[in-house]
Structure formats: C-alpha cells, structure tokens
Design a protein around this ligand. Structure first.
Ligand code: 2AM
Ligand code: CA
Length: 269
C-alpha cells in the first residue's frame, strides 16, 4: 500500500495523543483559556499537538506542519504537509461530552493522501488512504445511498462566529427540521465528516470551519464514495470555511436550501 509509513505514523501519533487527552479528561483540573469569544484552548490541546508533531517529526523530519495551535499558514503550502487538529471538539472535551477527536491528515502537492480521525472517548478509528478506501477500524466504509431528503438524517454545526449570519442559518435549520428525517449537532466537524463516510448521516453542512477540522475527514468521505463541496457546489477548498458533504443528490439538496436562505452574496467568505 502507498503511504503505509505515513498511515502508521499518523496512527502512532494519534494513539499517543489520545493517551494524553484521556489523562487530562480524568484529572478534570486542566487549564482552559479563551482564544477569542467562545474559542477555547485547553492544556490538553497544546500537549496533544506537541506530542503529535514530535512523533511525526521523528519519522519525517523535513515535512511541514499546519497545526491548529501553532499554525501560521494562510494557504496550503506545496510539498509534504501534515494538517493536524490536536483536539477537534474542544468545547465538548472541556465539558466531558463526546465526541472529541484527534484529526491528522497528510497532504502532498495540495492533494489529500492519508486521513485519520480518532474519536477518543469511544476509541473509534476512522481512516483512509488515497485510492485504497475508507475504514472504521478494519471495517470498510461507504456512504449512504439514500437520496430522498425526507428519509435523510442531516448533521450540522451551530455558528460560533459570524453571528450576523445566524438568521439565514436558522432558516436553513428550520427547513431541515421540516424536510428531512432530522438534524444532529455533534460538536466536532471531523467526526461529522466521518459520520457521513460511515452512512450514519446522509449529509453535513457548516460554515466557519478551518483546514484542520476537515483535512482528514474530506479524504475519508471521498474514499467512502461521497463528495465535499463549497456552498456553490464547487470543489471544496481547504481554507474556504464553508462545506457541504454527502452523496451528490443530498449535496444538491443542501446546496439549494443554503442558497435560498443565505442568498448568493453569502455563499463565500
Ligand atoms: P475545535 O474544537 O477544533 O475548535 C463545531 O462546530 C466545529 O467547529 C468543531 O470542529 C470545532 O473545532 C470548530 N470550532 C472552532 N471554534 C469553535 C468554537 N468557538 N465553538 C465551537 N466550535 C468551534
Ligand atoms: Ca481543535
């Protein structure tokens, strides 16, 4: 298998990070700081990121890192890059409310090659390697074949910034409640994407996301047979902030609903 060494390294880094995160979870006395309004960082995020980078650097000393707590990039560099969220779902983690994940992606020349999302509380390992499929543990994943929105379960994330767009967001949510099987809000975007890949939900949409929230999950969805787009139905960009994922029919449905409620002028940054 191509990228076997990268996958093994991502596995090792995430399992060592998970040990640290579980220790913090038990202690219940970790420090929590505010980066911006509602934007938490805990000692566990910082320790997890340090460990992940240390493990990967020991194997691939020349690779670059785009990691949430130490990132300086505003666009994806070329070459070999690791995109890391040391804890996705920090608000969940700080309340002891699963899911919370470690997300590690390896990209080469701006294409995803390896994606790994470890949901720490339930020890679920979602992973994918380019052209080799997506897996939960050793079980192969494929996205849902449901194309009828009225039979679809949809996941989303509530806005935590750009509150001026809350009204159109709530209008979409209202329509989702009426037109689909229901809506779920897990609190960790990497996990939401894995739930699309695993067919647990049919579709996902959110705005305000960062590259490290989606870099691994996007590949896991692709390898499970799904797609991720921006809010205009075009190829999703890592720094594009907005995402729609699912099978093509459900993505089309979500795109139409979002366009109707947000208006053309709010579909991009
Ligand atoms: P994070 O825990 O790594 O910050 C939830 O909607 C998704 O948005 C999560 O993936 C979460 O990732 C991200 N997010 C970023 N900032 C957030 C915030 N202030 N509140 C809630 N989620 C946030
Ligand atoms: Ca994070």
């Amino acid at each position: 298998m191509k990228y076997k060494k990268e996958l093994e390294t991502a596995r090792k880094a995430s399992s060592e990070a998970a040990i640290i995160i579980r220790e913090f979870a038990k202690s219940e006395t970790f420090g929590v700081e505010l980066k911006r309004k509602n934007d938490l960082v805990t000692d566990a995020d910082l320790a997890s990121e340090k460990k992940i980078i240390e493990v990967i650097k020991s194997v691939f000393p020349k690779d670059r890192f785009l990691a949430e707590e130490s990132n300086t990039y505003t666009e994806l560099p070329s070459g070999r890059v690791w995109i890391i969220d040391p804890i996705d779902g920090t608000t969940n983690f700080s309340h002891g409310f699963p899911p919370y994940c470690v997300s590690i992606a390896f990209w080469e020349n701006r294409e995803p090659k390896v994606g790994l999302v470890l949901e720490v509380a339930n020890d679920e390992w979602f992973w994918a390697v380019e052209s080799d499929g997506a897996y939960l543990g050793d079980q192969k994943l494929s996205i849902s074949e449901i194309t009828d929105p009225s039979k679809a379960l949809i996941s989303t994330g509530f806005p935590y910034s750009q509150f001026e767009l809350v009204d159109p967001y709530l209008q979409v949510l209202k329509n989702m409640m009426q037109k689909t099987h229901g809506v779920r809000r897990a609190g960790a975007a990497s996990y939401d994407l894995c739930c699309v890949a695993a067919g647990r939900v049919e579709g996902f949409y959110e705005y305000g996301l960062n590259p490290w929230d989606i870099a691994a999950g996007m590949l896991i969805i692709k390898e499970a047979g799904g797609i991720s787009t921006d809010w205009k139905g075009k190829q999703n960009k890592l720094f594009g902030k907005r995402i729609i994922s699912g099978n093509p029919s459900i993505c089309k449905f979500l795109e139409g609903e979002i366009r109707n409620c947000f208006g053309e002028e709010n579909l991009e940054l």
